[in-house]
Design a protein around this ligand. Structure first.
Ligand code: ADP
Length: 200
């Protein structure tokens, strides 16, 4: 199964991707996590991406498309994957289409987590509190200013990705404001619906 999760920063894509990974045994491919790992390891990509990410802006399509192209070739992704945080621009969505078409492996579902944008800053603040309480490292972009930039990038560059998949007839929406387990349930219902089932 090949799935894309869409939604603004703080919508819960990472949370749902982790749950779907456990349920379906397919890896969660988070471009945010991959980029943070590159920053930590100080790879050439990480060094290029670090300040852009900290400010809340998007890393270039070229870098991110390259990372995903390599990642989906890995053994664990052969049987499917959940993309979280990618595609984030229409150019990335088109590049993904080309990649998957070449492999003859179409997407099974594009699922958008619908959320109330007024609630998002509060969710990020909660993530910061929980991270600190657990003794973890707070993300460089989890602050009010970078969050404002992330939301603006979402509106300008990523919301059109939803329109793109709406036009291709692939976009499906769930209520991302429901409790975590309910959101997973809604997604699972979509994944097991007859139209989706025939694609698996
Ligand atoms: P969020 O909580 O905003 O969904 P992510 O962990 O997905 O955060 O991404 C964090 C940052 O990593 C983004 O603000 C951006 O700088 C960079 N990034 C992640 N995925 C992409 C992508 N597909 N294209 C460009 N930049 C990306």
């Amino acid at each position: 199964m090949r799935i894309i999760l869409l939604g603004p920063p703080g919508a819960g894509k990472g949370t749902q991707a982790a749950r779907l990974m456990a349920l379906h045994g397919i890896p969660q491919l988070s471009t945010g996590d991959m980029l943070r790992a590159a920053v930590k390891a100080e790879t050439p990509t990480g060094l290029r991406a670090k300040d852009v990410m900290a400010s809340g802006q998007l890393v270039s399509d070229e870098i991110v498309v390259g990372i995903v192209a390599e990642r989906i070739e890995e053994e664990d992704a052969k049987g499917g994957f959940i993309l979280d945080g990618f595609p984030r621009t229409v150019a990335q969505a088109k590049a993904l289409d080309v990649m998957l078409r070449q492999k003859g492996k179409p997407l099974d579902a594009v699922i958008e987590l619908g959320v109330d944008e007024d609630m998002l800053a509060g969710r990020i603040a909660k993530r910061v509190e929980e991270t600190i309480a657990a003794g973890g490292t707070v993300r460089l972009d989890d602050n009010a200013e970078a969050f404002r930039v992330r939301l603006a990038a979402y509106r300008d560059l990523t919301a059109p990705v939803s329109d793109y998949y709406r036009q291709t007839g692939q976009l499906q929406r769930v209520d991302g404001m429901a409790p975590i387990a309910d959101v997973t349930g809604q997604i699972d219902t979509l994944l097991s619906a007859p139209a989706g089932a025939s694609l698996r």
